[in-house]
Design a protein around this ligand. Sequence first.
Ligand SMILES: Nc1ncnc2c1ncn2[C@@H]1O[C@H](COP(=O)(O)OP(=O)(O)OP(=O)(O)O)[C@@H](O)[C@H]1O
Ligand SMILES: [Mg+2]
Length: 341
Amino acid sequence: MADPAGRAGQGAPASSLQPPALPCIRRLLAARLLFVTGKGGTGKTTLALAFARASAALGRRVVLVEIDNQRPSLTEYFGRAPGYDPQNVGAGLWIANVTWPEALEEWLGRFVPVPRVVKLILGNRMVRLFLDVTPGSREVAIFARLLLLAEQFDLVAVDMPASGHAISFLRVFTRAAGLFPAGPVRRSMDDAVAMLRSPATHLVLASLPEEMVVNETIETWQRLCEGVPGLSIPLVVLNQGMAPTLSDAEAELLERLSGSAPDPGERGWRQTELLCAGRWEAEREQATDEAIARLRRQTDLALLVAPWMGASGGVAERVRRMEALLVRSGAVAQASAEAPA
Ligand SMILES: Nc1ncnc2c1ncn2[C@@H]1O[C@H](COP(=O)(O)OP(=O)(O)OP(=O)(O)O)[C@@H](O)[C@H]1O
Ligand SMILES: [Mg+2]
């Protein structure tokens, strides 16, 4: 990526129109377990879909999952709700919703081989109460399901809940392990920790060029680094970023015009509309540069700026464009690595 100092004057603008060369994207597309999280509405589902599709296009068998989502986001994209068992939705791509009751039943079934007895145990009110208040019981069952899927597929891409819940989910295994010195829960927790530390497991953060969102991204990264030691977090995608399109002369003109007639009534409606659009663009460009500079200063994450993709074209078009951006960034990285020195 170009210099984050951007429009401030020194060097190239922060968000260039050229696809960046990001070697980590090739690693992410080759992952076995890939988590995507971020603040609500930052583009987690779009990004998880784009990674899943791009990885499947490389010939891998990919399952894209949501975690115990009562209103699965994938329904809008595929026109059908994902069920517990993976459903094939295209070449190399499956979707699923890892719901807790099913995951728990499956997990218990490993230790209690008679399904009727499993149902009796789960039907017991005291057992239910115990499970509700025991830290980690929910996560253990869900993660066990993810590990099972990782044995059946080349990649499990997880469209995680928003940051706060994702952090709680991922760090429970290290935090609650002490409660279970031995036994099946402890073994499942140890399996989860091992998978989270595996070099084939990665987490991607989705962010937006807005101060509060960038704050949350940095905080999430810090809390995950502390709370889930060994988890690889190589990339943040700054979504809906605006690459500089205004030249310095245009930016200056915009500023002059904005100041020339303070009373909007003195301008024609067309001029006012154009000024508003210009200002929105200039502010978004500046916010993008500031977000890039802060993320660079305060984290060691690789950074991909995904442009604002407009409201037209619908969800599918935006996913397609996000996928193209990922593929290009990975391909440019490979081409750079292979180019003769
Ligand atoms: N770069 C972009 N430009 C324009 N629109 C985008 C872009 N990325 C995502 N969107 C749109 O923004 C909306 C929110 O994106 P998405 O559903 O992926 O976010 P999310 O983080 O999964 O949200 P939630 O927290 O509700 O699950 C969607 O309509 C999506 O199509
Ligand atoms: Mg979503």
